[in-house]
Design a protein around this ligand. Structure first.
Ligand SMILES: N[C@H]1[C@H](O)[C@@H](Sc2ccccc2)[C@@H]2OC[C@H]1O2
Length: 330
């Protein structure tokens, strides 16, 4: 089997939400597919009422196939200090026609303010490695890991679009979704993320700088976070850009003259080019003249984070069979 689901950008492409059917009869929630984590958690009938603010909830009591995992719990904290916790059921989960009959569905009892204020996000669906899963006493597998043995191929792909619907596909690579060749880089899954090594970068039509940097591909992250040396080099070539200490990042004119940013994959010289207009991420004020930069420093996290700003420019293959990450232009 395979699955194919449309994923929809929220305002400014801050996140992409994908409809997921849970339970019998199906309850459809819009989840943030996140290769940077490995918990599938949802707003639920158990979420404190004051923390629910327009989200669609999952109610296991209304599902004939829901089973509570007695004594199991979870609690997660994300890179941006948001968090959630609760208990655990198993139930049928279907994405784009692909069903896992008994998936751990982590129901939230409490969520942090950032989730409460995000009315469109009904939960997260982790697509990282389950060594990151927070369920106790026994870690639970992700939807992809549960589905993988049945899939036509042990892969899933991300095809995010700027301001338009894209797709998450499971079990197959759509040859119509990309141009040219897919270039693969080996993945090190030891810390649970999809870790690969970027080979370098170029600004606009400038020369390519060879510099290896450990990177993670994170569909749940909005921006492209890079080593500060690269970020400084990039914005030095962006007229009118500056570091805004109040906002805590670089800003630049939203005037359509921003240089592209290219990054290298593998050692064959393949590159992916992020159009400059993606880097004019979002206006910082109602005047619309100044934008917050889509490229920012990774600030000593130790990894570059290839979030949606970069992913929008590529067709990405998460290949667990060969432990490699494929990048193609589109
Ligand atoms: N992997 C990412 C994750 O999906 C989000 S969780 C999230 C928090 C608030 C609102 C929406 C999503 C958070 O930002 C970067 C990293 O942690």
């Amino acid at each position: 089997p395979t699955g194919s689901a449309e994923t929809n950008p929220q305002e400014h492409d801050i996140e992409y939400l994908t409809p997921v059917s849970i339970g019998t009869p199906p309850q459809v929630l819009n989840l943030d597919f996140d290769t940077g984590s490995a918990d599938l958690w949802v707003f639920s009938s158990e979420t404190s009422k004051s923390a629910v603010n327009g989200q669609t909830i999952y109610d296991p009591a209304k599902s004939s196939t829901a089973k509570k995992m007695q004594g199991y719990s979870w609690q997660i904290a994300y890179g941006d200090d948001s968090s959630a916790r609760g208990d655990v059921y198993t139930d049928a989960v279907t994405i784009g026609g692909l069903t896992v009959s008994s998936q751990a569905v982590e129901v939230a009892k409490t969520v942090s303010d950032a989730f409460t204020s995000d009315s469109d996000l009904d939960g997260l669906l982790g697509l990282g490695f389950s060594t990151l899963n927070t369920v106790e006493p026994v870690q639970q597998k992700t939807f992809f890991e549960k589905a993988r043995p049945e899939l036509d191929a042990p892969v899933f792909t991300a095809d995010l679009r700027a301001g338009a619907p894209g797709h998450f596909n499971f079990g197959f690579i759509d040859p119509g979704a990309y141009t040219g060749n897919i270039t693969y880089a080996p993945v090190d899954n030891n810390i649970g993320w999809w870790v690969w090594t970027s080979s370098g970068y170029a600004v606009g039509s400038g020369a390519f700088t060879n510099t290896s940097s450990p990177s993670i591909t994170d569909t749940g992250a909005t921006l492209l976070l890079l080593p500060s040396s690269v970020v400084e080099d990039y914005y030095a070539q962006v007229t009118g850009s500056q570091y805004d200490h109040f906002l805590g990042g670089y800003t630049l004119p939203c005037n359509g003259s921003t240089p592209d940013f290219s990054f290298g994959v593998g050692d064959s010289g393949a590159t992916i080019t992020v159009p400059g207009r993606y880097i004019e991420y979002a206006p910082t004020s109602t005047s619309g003249k100044t934008c917050f930069g889509g490229i920012q420093a990774d600030d000593g996290i130790g990894f570059s984070i290839y979030g949606d700003i970069a992913l929008k420019a590529a067709f990405v293959v998460f290949d667990a069979g060969n432990m490699q990450l494929g990048w193609a232009s589109k």
